[in-house]
Design a protein around this ligand. Structure first.
Ligand SMILES: Nc1nc2c(c(=O)[nH]1)N[C@H]1C(S)=C(S)[C@@H](COP(=O)(O)O)O[C@H]1N2
Ligand SMILES: [Mo]
Length: 423
């Protein structure tokens, strides 16, 4: 590190001696200007690593409310299964902390033999893994995401708003089991409480069995350091569970011998049951099977009858996607879609389906079945399972979390597409 810095200083000094402005060196270095190859060709001014000059802007949707900051992933433009890091959704309950990785560490304490602090050097020294996994907020697709109300300039309902608090990345870091071995977990320990380093000290608890199974302390995202929005320099990553469990800007892990009901988990993210007088289910862990057609989807328009590919994403927190069915007639009949490689556990799986639109109005939808045989429910089935009624959709205590209903898109004769989940 230090020797690199002094090399750079030496270089700057000699550049200045050679009559080069330091500013010129800096801008060329920072923007990565490349030389022209052919003599006489115009200089290539493209900044290395940036989008092509005529590529569409990234089109990242933004909404804000008083207590949250939410960024939605633009799913209608997605291809494959990896969300670019710059388009990863963000859900944060306080201001983003700015953490210097050189000064950063987190601790593991509680029911352990040797409480320890780990810094970034320690993390990078230890055995690493990388896994492609989805991350989905338990509030994704909740009824309020299907309403224009409260969105800036009455933004129309699109798949970005209905399903965009969800992304899929390659996450890299140290398996939690390795770290827990270092500290020596005591026999009586059963749960782990994770605390974030943001202003609210966002805190969540998970069973120790899950922590030891497949969780990691992640510091890499799509081959780069974590983005600040995703918890730089390190976060807990809990595959298959609601993203709520993946505590960002990790500050400490406390090993305990009973479930903890943290504020974020029990008050803020509880899924209240209307049929039980709004008593809450205590813990909502695994995302059940789910899917959505990302294209064609609400807000887009079919310009003329003819061929269109129906494409979308399917996933399950329980494992792999076994199959995706498509209905072109509002759920009366179903046909199987093609699943595209790779099909990974707890990851987005891309599906494709050839379709010729005749110009008639119709309702299209997708349905995921996972490798446990669990099938994505319709809204009516979901409501029945959860003791919900249509009225509860407007009830804040039960309308915000944990929805995996089949998403219908209505195609009108003029080719316009609308969200008809609650129609
Ligand atoms: N420290 C901390 N961790 C956090 C949160 C937070 O506000 N603070 N939000 C949680 C919630 S509700 C979600 S949905 C995910 C969002 O992860 P992302 O912003 O990286 O997409 O982070 C979780 N981890
Ligand atoms: Mo969330």
């Amino acid at each position: 590190m230090d020797s690199n810095r002094s090399d750079r200083r030496r270089f700057l000094r000699s550049a200045a001696l050679a009559g080069l402005a330091v500013g010129a060196e800096r801008s060329a270095g920072a923007q990565g200007l490349t030389d022209t190859s052919a003599p006489g060709a115009p200089p290539n001014t493209h900044a290395h690593g940036q989008l092509a000059p005529h590529a569409a802007p990234e089109g990242r949707g933004v909404t804000k409310s008083i207590t949250h900051t939410t960024y939605y992933t633009p799913l209608a433009d997605s291809v494959g299964i990896i969300t670019p890091s710059s388009l990863h959704f963000m859900q944060s309950h306080s201001r983003l902390p700015e953490i210097d990785p050189a000064k950063y560490s987190f601790i593991i304490h509680g029911l352990v033999e040797r409480p320890l602090a780990f810094n970034m050097d320690d993390l990078k020294r230890l055995p690493s893994v990388s896994k492609i996994r989805f991350l989905e907020c338990l509030g994704n697709t909740s009824p309020r995401r299907h309403e224009t109300e409260g969105k800036p300039n009455s933004t129309p309902v699109t798949v970005q708003f209905t399903h965009g608090i969800m992304s899929c990345n390659e996450w890299g870091g140290v398996p939690l089991s390795v770290l827990l071995k270092e500290v020596g977990v005591k026999k009586e320990a059963t749960w782990l409480v994770a605390e974030g380093g943001d202003g609210s000290k966002y805190t969540y608890a998970i069973p120790l069995t899950k922590a030891l199974d497949d969780c990691m302390v992640a510091y890499m995202q799509n081959g780069e350091p974590l983005r600040q929005e995703q918890g730089f320099p390190a976060r807990l990553f809990v595959p298959g569970f609601g993203a709520n469990h993946s505590v960002k800007w990790l500050r400490r892990l406390m090993i305990v011998d009973e479930p903890y009901l943290t504020w974020d988990q029990s008050v803020h993210h509880a899924a209240a049951r209307a049929d039980l007088g709004y008593k809450s289910r205590w813990f909502n862990f695994v995302w059940p099977p789910k899917s959505v057609i990302t294209r064609p989807s609400a807000g887009l328009k079919l310009n003329a009858p003819g061929y269109y590919e129906i494409t979308g994403l399917a996933w399950s927190g329980w494992g792999k996607v076994r199959k995706v069915d498509i209905s072109l007639d509002g759920g009366k009949s179903w046909k199987e879609a093609k699943l595209q490689d790779p099909i990974l556990p707890m990851a987005h799986t891309r599906f494709n389906f050839d379709w010729t639109w005749t110009g008639e109005d119709t309702v299209i939808m997708s349905r995921c079945t996972d490798d446990q045989g669990e099938v994505q429910p319709t809204l009516a089935e979901l409501n029945r399972n959860w003791g919900r009624t249509e009225k509860d959709r407007l009830e804040p205590r039960s309308n915000t979390h944990y929805w995996n209903a089949i998403q219908p898109w209505k195609i009108a004769k003029d080719g316009s597409i609308t969200d008809v989940l609650f129609a």
